[in-house]
Ligand binder design. Sequence first.
Ligand code: ATP
Ligand code: MG
Length: 227
Amino acid sequence: MLAFSRVSAGFDGVPVLHDISFEVPEGETVALFGHNGAGKTTLLRCAVGDVSDITGHVSYRQEAIAPGAVFRNTRRGIGFVPQGHNVFRDLTVRQNLTIAGLHQGDAQVEDIYRQFPILHERSGQPAGSLSGGQQQILALGMALMTRPSILLLDEPSTGLAPIIVRDVMNSLARINKETGTTVVIVEQNVPATLAIASRALVLKAGRLVFDGSARALERKESLWALF
Ligand SMILES: Nc1ncnc2c1ncn2[C@@H]1O[C@H](COP(=O)(O)OP(=O)(O)OP(=O)(O)O)[C@@H](O)[C@H]1O
Ligand SMILES: [Mg+2]
């Protein structure tokens, strides 16, 4: 379980998140919504200890997520897919996967190829020559190389055609179902994300204004005014 307890955070003394508390149980798919600048990326960064100006408590599987110790925190099974296509453009698809996997062997690369055949097809091609959607799939594959128990994704559908968005969402739903990986997904594309999420959180100006089932959010007309 990922747990935030009374977390406030900011940058250089400027507050961004205010008194955030929520829990993500194992195996759940949770969507995190909010307008631009609401603090979604900051919240994900807090989950891996990447924000040093923080009060309150963040923990994963009952152990504290220490601010500043990003590498050590992520080694505890947290996969992070940052905003934007974070791939090494000049390296091949296979090299990107191998680097992301640290010391995982070829078997793990083959497992990713089984899940995403397009990456197998493009294995020897520079990542920069892939389409935006393919690069996003590669970024997801890279995060999966270390076999995380929880995946944090920051706007994975940005800039993708609707059909590709559906592919990405379907991949996430499949990973969640097949391996029980917990998924926390930040998105602007609310309908596509609610299709795979069981729960939703909504941030407004750094405060959590909704924490409930995805179905309840769909029904709650007044909340749409937040977006
Ligand atoms: N490194 C930083 N230094 C200073 N301020 C920052 C930093 N990162 C984010 N902020 C500020 O914190 C606020 C929240 O930013 P954040 O990136 O978390 O929002 P977001 O909800 O992810 O927005 P978007 O939907 O545009 O990605 C913004 O006002 C932003 O300017
Ligand atoms: Mg963001």
